[in-house]
Design a protein around this ligand. Structure first.
Ligand code: 4AD
Ligand code: MG
Length: 465
């Protein structure tokens, strides 16, 4: 008989039919007359209850059905008398695919801590919480492609191996086929890369933006969606060494267009989650974070604050003057710490903030310079609980201004002639941003550690699985 996924079993039209289900056992309970098994196959957070009439099955047959075992059951789907479920299956046949020894299978019924489950990342997708999180992760990826497709953006693939450091922050993982035990060096002690695989020093990308700009200045509106890598040694609940980033880039867009896009895009994704991930969100709302669904609804129903950096600093300085204690000092020119961002979003405005016009010293070389000579048209979108969820900017499209900034910052541009060509031939105003996929997922799921919204997190000292 053809298998029915458990998500489809709850379709009322199937009551009274013979069905076949396959999945992993969550629990078994009962007595000598009747046994109940809760079965899950990952298609939904919901379990189907299987009822074994012990006149038709022996104790011996059911004994191996412990938590984690995988089984195949055929039987009659009937309405359920029990509370908490609409239907159940009266088992007629049982096949056991694989047992799960209760002495050694780590996921027993009782609630495990997320720390414990991180050590069991190979099995944690079988728990309710991680099943929900990873189904939502899938749905958010679909939402993102759908949004851009509907808005006329082309999905553009940028390279993962690159020779340029987009953010100029020097946080790149090197890619080499060189023998690390026998490195050739020049007279200054610098490694010679001529004989390396790419004939030059290469790394994993920190961002697809620079190549994205090439595409936007040809196709008009594009986006990338792929893995990015940062070798920053920050062991925080919001940083990964390998994370996924969505980077739209738009020709002929200015600062207001950019902020409109950021806000519309993020609201679209959140609305998509509310519309398409109802069961999983309700589960997370009940079990993990009671304020989750309300927070998601609040964000889509509110206008984001648009706040120049200088004004933000003034508000923070006032807070300090009024007795608020921050760990890090606040002054014009400082890079905002997460505590500052969260004060603005969670205490002062109580809604998302798009901060703009940052001092050029704390932002990347490519940001469009304002006439004041001090600030650039960068935007960070700051979210409750998360802090920075998006970083973006209008790009400096003027060749001379861009070159001056590159020289001031001593950025080695000899390998970036191709990037500068966008400013030499038919340059146009353009803008774009990067959304950290896992930061969006933190917000949408209510999870608090970024290691718990990506299947196999990569962080300092951790590349297991
Ligand atoms: O602010 P960032 O560094 O901006 C860029 O990379 C630009 N080139 C994007 C662009 O304009 N096309 O990173 C963008 C976003 C951050 O706002 C954050 O959400 C996420 O990427 N992010 C990280 N997420 C997880 N772990 C990390 N280590 C992250 N670093 C950045
Ligand atoms: Mg940033």
């Amino acid at each position: 008989m053809k298998r029915t996924k458990i998500i489809d079993i709850f379709n009322p039209g199937l009551i009274g039919r013979e069905v076949c289900v396959k999945g992993w056992v969550r629990t078994r309970r009962g007595n000598k007359n009747v046994q109940f098994v809760a079965l899950n196959d990952g298609s939904t957070i919901k379990n189907i209850q299987i009822v074994f009439d012990m006149e038709q099955f022996s104790d011996e047959q059911l004994k191996p059905i412990t938590t984690g075992a995988s089984i195949h059951v055929e039987g009659l789907l009937v309405e359920s008398m029990g509370k908490g479920q609409t239907c159940e299956i009266q088992a007629k046949t049982l096949e056991i695919y694989g047992t799960a020894d209760p002495e050694t299978y780590p996921l027993q019924k009782k609630g495990h801590t997320f720390e414990f489950l991180r050590e069991k990342a190979h099995l944690r997708p079988r728990t309710n919480t991680f099943g929900a999180v990873f189904r939502i992760r899938h749905n958010m990826a679909i939402a993102i492609h759908q949004f851009f497709h509907e808005h006329g953006f082309f999905y553009f693939h940028t390279p993962i191996i690159t020779a340029s450091d987009c953010e100029g922050a020097g946080q790149m993982f090197q890619v080499t086929t060189k023998n690390l035990y026998d490195l050739k060096k020049d007279e200054n002690g610098s490694i010679i890369y001529d004989d390396d695989f790419f004939g030059k020093q290469a790394s994993l990308t920190v961002s697809g933006q620079l190549e994205g700009e090439l595409a936007a200045t040809a196709l008009g509106s594009i986006y990338t969606f792929g893995p990015t890598f940062r070798a920053e040694n920050s062991n925080t609940p919001r940083h990964l060494a390998e994370f996924w980033m969505i980077e739209p880039e738009v020709a002929f867009a200015d600062l207001n267009d950019l902020m409109d896009l950021e806000e519309e895009f993020i609201k679209y994704c959140i609305r998509w989650a509310l519309d398409n991930c109802k069961d999983d969100l309700e589960f997370l709302n009940n079990m993990i974070d009671k304020g989750l669904i309300e927070r998601l609804n609040n964000v889509i129903g509110t206008d984001f604050v648009r706040l120049p950096y200088t004004e933000g600093i003034r508000i923070l300085e006032e807070a300090v003057a009024g007795g608020h204690k921050f760990e890090f000092p606040v002054y014009w020119g400082c890079d905002l710490a997460s505590e500052h961002e969260r004060y603005l979003v969670e205490e002062h405005f109580r809604k998302p903030v798009i901060m703009t016009d940052y001092p050029k010293e704390i932002k990347a070389f490519y940001m469009k310079q304002n006439d004041d000579g001090k600030t650039v048209q960068g935007t960070d979108v700051l979210f409750p609980q998360i802090g920075e969820i998006i970083g973006g900017s209008v790009r400096e499209e003027n060749y001379d201004k861009l070159m001056t900034r590159i020289e001031e910052l001593n950025i080695p541009m000899k390998d970036m002639w191709w990037y500068l060509d966008t400013r030499r031939f038919g340059t146009v105003p353009h803008a774009g941003f990067g959304l950290g996929f896992e930061r969006l997922l933190l917000f949408v799921t209510g999870m608090t550690n970024i290691r718990d919204v990506i299947p196999f997190p990569r962080t300092p000292n951790n590349a297991e699985f």
